[in-house]
Design a protein around this ligand. Structure first.
Ligand code: ADP
Length: 394
């Protein structure tokens, strides 16, 4: 298929899109329709000359927003649509061509991702209505982690909770972990064992062996694992009962605090934004310094734990807004893993800039490598869409 793939990431009030061409010599068109369903809907994007545009969309909903997105594609017609779907449960282990049965199965998984899957499906419904002739492919955030063995995905809970209610660890950010570990294999010419750290607003780690995810830090929800922008990551599972009994908090309140008021924001009392935290820490803000310290320590602890999943460690890959842009975080994480025998090159670490792949270790033989690899979830969704259609049409 030579036409571009339109990649759609649909939220309840927003649609992020990218028109990804088949070859890198053509520009990618990207943008975001936001505040859908309000009186102030708008479309922001980047055109083929790299110029930013903003358009008011009045009180547009998802279908009108998609029509506006299509008009903004400068006459380029997609050959297929690739949808990011957050939760594929145990049913979806790879990208899947969307039909009515697949939509019904994604709906059934909504209990596992009540905020995300229904919103993702709004995008599927709107694009199917607008482009009935185009093949539509669902690419799941959880699918890459379906290769986890039971020892990694089972919680130590009564078996019936797994059997009857699908309660297990699923993991997220699969598209990103798949992309950066695949790039690491391609860049080193070695299909090895990688620890990948996706550090953005959401944060997770994964252990990838020969292209297969063997363990990851997120669980049945994206709350498990690392400290994130506003999410707590791991807490004592007894905390919910404690807060309920001692403070009289409801489950909704506890859920809101752990998801939206914790993490870097909660620890620092200042912000969830790492750039601002680093600036505040430089000025001696105690909360900011603590937040960065806890953040890095928890990443290192998670990488050390996940290393148990790998027969051999070839290297660590940093990605996501923080992983790609914060030499300080990378340096602090590496410093906490002396037993891995890592050899960070401080100059290369400081020089590595957004948008560029770079190796940041001293290239000492027999030491695990350290890479910064900018993630490309949209490119990966487009690739998986193309690959699936290639197989289906063959
Ligand atoms: P999302 O998960 O929403 O896609 P990103 O991957 O863009 O988010 O990551 C956002 C995070 O990256 C924010 O905490 C932001 O402060 C951080 N970040 C971006 N640039 C820098 C930088 N130069 N230094 C430190 N942190 C940065």
């Amino acid at each position: 298929m030579n036409e571009p793939v339109l990649v759609i990431n649909c939220g309840s009030s927003s649609i992020k899109y990218a028109l990804v061409p088949a070859t890198a010599d053509q520009p990618r068109l990207t943008g975001l329709a936001e505040r859908l369903g309000s009186d102030d809907a708008r479309l922001k994007g980047v055109d083929s000359r790299g110029e930013v545009f903003t358009r008011s969309l009045g009180n547009a909903g998802h279908v009108q927003a998609l029509e506006a997105i299509l008009e903004g594609l400068e006459g380029r017609r997609p050959g297929a649509v690739g949808h990011r779907i957050v939760h594929g449960g145990e049913r979806f282990t790879r990208a899947t061509l969307i039909d009515d049965d697949v939509v019904a199965a994604i709906e059934q998984t909504a209990a596992l991702a009540p905020l995300h899957n229904p919103a993702n499906l709004q995008g599927v419904a709107a694009t199917r209505a607008l482009f009935p002739e185009l093949p539509q492919v669902a690419v799941f955030d959880t699918a890459f982690h379906q290769s986890l063995p039971p020892r990694a995905y089972r919680y130590a809970l009564p078996e019936a909770l797994y059997r009857d209610h699908a309660i297990r660890r699923y993991g997220f950010h699969g598209t990103s972990h798949a992309y950066v570990s695949g790039r690491a294999n391609a860049l080193t010419g070695r299909t090895g064992g990688w620890l990948t750290a996706h550090l953005g607003n959401g944060c997770s780690t994964a252990a990838v062996w020969e292209g297969q995810s063997l363990d990851t830090s997120m669980g049945i929800t994206p709350l498990e694992g690392l400290v994130m922008g506003t999410r707590s990551g791991d807490v004592d599972p007894g905390l919910h009962a404690h807060l309920s009994r001692q403070l009289g908090w409801s489950i909704e309140e506890i859920d809101r605090v752990l998801n939206h008021e914790s993490g870097l924001l909660g620890l620092s009392g200042l912000t969830n934004d790492m750039r601002e935290l680093e600036a505040a820490a430089d000025e001696g803000h105690a909360g900011a310094m603590l937040a960065i310290e806890v953040f890095c320590y928890r990443i290192a602890k998670s990488l050390a734990a996940l290393s148990c999943a790998l027969p051999r460690l070839d290297g660590i890959v940093f990605t996501g807004g923080i992983g790609e842009n914060s030499p300080r975080v990378r340096e602090q994480v590496v410093a906490l893993l002396p037993h891995f025998g890592l050899a960070l090159d401080p100059e290369a670490n400081r020089a590595s800039l957004r948008g560029r792949e770079g190796r940041i270790d001293t290239r000492t033989p027999n030491r695990p490598a350290l890479w910064v690899i900018p993630t490309d979830e949209e490119g990966r969704i487009a690739d998986e869409t193309r690959q699936l259609l290639g197989e289906t049409l063959r």
